[in-house]
Design a protein. Structure first.
Length: 378
């Protein structure tokens, strides 16, 4: 069985942690990973005797779903690459990768503590099978794991003793099972449009995908990124009185914050498709509308605010003739840590102090555009 002829059948061992429990660590040692892999091999052989013709590879680390479902599936890709390097027959064709001196053998196999509190922890594994076996084995794997994928008692007991936590369920899932489960979870919390983008990025990354959020905001996946139109332009195109428009804008920002956080967790950056958009720190969007007019007052930074959301947008404006404001830029902090970075970037771009003037509300002009206070010039 030459390494280059092996096809990977990705799966996970899913641990449903009991309420109030959190694993005290995110990785297993090399010896622990090897011991667990041996137990997994016994479980899988009972379900599918053909697995003795494949190579079982395991990552001895606990991941969240968002860490595994990223474009290119980097955790599985790294696992498969490392496993293919191991000579046939080594450890009876069972290969496990654990931590040594606190580090996993490759960076993609390092779980991120940011996502360590989820109720389900996942140990990635792969069956590397010869090409002439892979299709049939893959089909049986999908069927058997759905129907009889509960881990053996010895495996579950070993995990609880080694990790020091109580587990509600321990079962095997194919990667397709994990994709389907995640789809259902996102649809259940009204995030089906986000799943459409993520599914495209994972399974057909070469194709564009366009969808609408639940509030009718367009999102487009292309070339590894998700693009959105200018929120300020979207606001300008809305109808209704100023209070209705402001409420709609706050709702869009709230929705975009949900999308931005989940997309970033899945390794998909959110970007403005506006031609004047500017790259900024993660969690912030920025668009430049105009250059400073030297005949107007110096630019000022204004913060649009909404109840429960804090600052939803920043506008840089100059006051001109008759005190009428002229918008130069808008920034959108979609994550709390992005606000300071946006303010600093805008202040540096326009050469002004980073003083942010709170408006206490979302301020619109007569055309329904994001604006700034009108102050008579003296």
């Amino acid at each position: 069985m030459e390494a280059q002829s092996l096809l990977a059948l990705p799966a996970v061992l899913a641990l449903e942690v009991s309420p109030g429990e959190t694993p005290p660590r995110l990785s297993l040692s090399r010896d622990e990973a090897a011991e667990l892999a041996g137990l997994i091999a016994i479980d899988l052989h009972a379900l599918l005797p053909q697995v003795n013709q494949a190579r079982l590879a395991l990552v001895g680390a606990l991941f969240d779903t968002v860490e595994l479902l990223r474009p290119g599936f980097p955790v599985w890709a790294t696992l498969d690459e490392l496993a293919r390097r191991v000579p046939r027959g080594h450890l009876d064709n069972v290969v496990a990768f654990g931590s040594h001196e606190g580090h996993m053998p490759a960076q993609p196999l390092e779980p991120d503590p940011t996502y360590a509190d989820g109720p389900m922890r996942l140990l990635p594994l792969s069956l590397l099978a010869p090409a002439d076996l892979a299709e049939a084995l893959g089909e049986r794997l999908e069927v058997e794991l759905v129907g009889r994928g509960e881990a053996g008692a010895r495996t579950a007991d070993w995990l609880m003793r080694t990790l020091g936590v109580k587990l509600e369920h321990v079962r095997y899932l194919s990667r397709n099972d994990l994709l389907a489960l995640t789809c259902v979870q996102y649809e259940h919390v009204n995030l089906a449009p986000l799943w459409s983008l993520l599914e495209a990025a994972l399974l057909t990354p070469y194709r564009e995908e366009i969808t609408l959020s639940s509030r009718g905001f367009e999102l487009r996946y292309a070339e590894g990124k998700v693009f959105i139109p200018s929120p300020a332009q979207w606001l300008q195109d809305q109808t209704g009185d100023p209070a209705q428009r402001s409420h709609a804008f706050a709702g869009i920002v709230f929705e975009l914050r949900q999308y931005a956080a989940l997309l970033e967790a899945h390794g998909l950056p959110l970007r403005l498709q506006a031609p004047a958009s500017v790259e900024t720190s993660p969690g912030g969007l920025l668009e430049i509308l105009a250059a400073v007019d030297p005949g107007f007052d110096p630019p000022t930074l204004f913060a649009h605010e909404a109840p429960g959301l804090g600052v939803v947008a920043i506008t840089v404006a100059q006051r001109g003739h008759g005190g009428q404001p002229r918008a130069l830029a808008h920034g959108y902090p979609l994550q709390p840590q992005a606000l300071g970075s946006l303010v600093a970037t805008l202040a540096d771009h326009f050469g002004i102090p980073p003083d942010l003037h709170a408006l206490g509300r979302i301020m619109l002009d007569e055309q329904g555009r994001l604006s700034a206070p009108v102050t008579a010039l003296h």
